[in-house]
Design a protein around this ligand. Sequence first.
Ligand code: SF4
Length: 381
Amino acid sequence: MARLEWETAKIVRLRRMLMAWYEHSHRDLPWRESRDPYAIWVSEVMLQQTRVAVVEERFKEFLELFPTVDALARAPEQEVLAAWSGLGYYRRPRMLHRAAQFVVANCAGVLPQSSAELRLLPGIGAYTAAAIASIAFGECVAVVDGNVERVLYRVAGWETGVRAGSAALKRKVGELAGELMDAERPGDFNQALMELGATVCLPRNPLCLVCPLSTDCYTRGEHRRPPRPPMLSREIAHALALRTKYERETGRGASKARARAVREVLLEQRPASATVMPTMWELPQLREAAVPDRELCMAVRHAIMQVNYYVRIRTVTEEKVAALTLAGGARRWVPLREAGAMALTGLARKVLTRARLLPTEPADALAAMRTTEQEADADAG
Ligand code: SF4
């Protein structure tokens, strides 16, 4: 297995080149303006499995709703899930919420400062703990995400082959990241390496000609990677059941009561025991995956983990709902003006958005539409 000679001079040079590049090339991202450990924690959780562009749009919004650990801890879980809606991977906000409650109950609302202590919080693993501890508290601990792994595989010339991601290889990458670490500025160093992977050492077509590490990089290009596991596919169908109710309203100064039309959609809550997206709201599932052409309202592809769901949406009248749909969790007719604020599954939000049924702000709608199949809803694990 080929690799660099990691003599001190080379390590020092790599570190210096990387940090100099980061100084003038890093992106201005909202979470980088803050040294608040809570804000950094939120950003790190959001950035797992979600593209930076989407997090940029949602980060400030989330902090406006829940500006402190205490505010997050006190909020009902459904509100936190609703604020996360469209970002996918809903285990993340649940664990964030639970950890905030833990911090308030056991740490007087103050986030622990070391990566070892942070790892004791619900849902905080090695990566998130190292990121918070190094960026917010200056602990000299390496952060190793997929970007960092890729950069270091290539710089060191490690052929990952079919054994990529093995515990031994990950340990080697962690050790190498630790060797390279800038002890004076550990937070910036970690962000620099991740930034290089995200913007220069790209998975395909790395930009080696502008890379600050190219002189010492063993591969100067793509390294051998294992093939991706093939995606499975499944066909399912959901019901889009809408109705109009008339509410009595009394106009200001009017002598007679008037009727106001309220459009409602039927939503179903996933059971709390569900392994995927528990307690979130979705469109009722149809008994039959096949939908007659004349009844087809929309076809959507939606990926969850390694499964591509080919989803057919059928419009169903209130009278036919019971006969056509599977009995699932609790159901509610929800006014459309309220549905957008609920903890909807990524698929339900995608369908209602595409059908232009959610009264969202343009930015919200954009974020929901940008929720790619890869980002949506994978909640297992
Ligand atoms: S030279 Fe190319 S392959 Fe090597 S680290 Fe830089 S971008 Fe990645």
